[in-house]
Ligand binder design. Sequence first.
Ligand code: ZN
Ligand code: ZN
Length: 161
Amino acid sequence: MDKKTLIKLLIGYLITTGILVFLVIRKILIVSSSPPQNNFTEITFPLILIFFVIFILFLFIGIGIFVYKDSKKRGMNPILWTLIALFVPYFVGIIIYLLARKPIPQLCPNCGKTIEGKEEIVFCPHCGFKLNEVCPNCKKVVKSGAKFCPYCGTSLNQIEK
Ligand SMILES: [Zn+2]
Ligand SMILES: [Zn+2]
């Protein structure tokens, strides 16, 4: 990611945080300047505010950890996507991430390496492990347990054993 995009994201985040802080401070000022002062506004309101801030903080940490782990698992750039999810304001970053994320890569049961299109290929390209059965007549990949080839109708009972 280039510096310009990073700076833009950072500015967007700072503006959002700034607006939020401004709104909260204004709210406090309105509450504290209103004449009938009571225990609720003096004690409970700041407490709610603190809990709210802690909640938002934990939400951010949670989202950060989730996006980092999830994007890593999917072979996407984890740092880039964590930054996008956290710093693009109004949760737009998370929505972008959820829309853009790749499917979880499938792994070879023998060598553990990533295989693209595991369902459509016969052998692992890394170790040669047999992944799928092939129709003896038309040579197309068929699902294990299928009784007949879905392409040519050949009975597949003989390849089960
Ligand atoms: Zn393999
Ligand atoms: Zn066939």
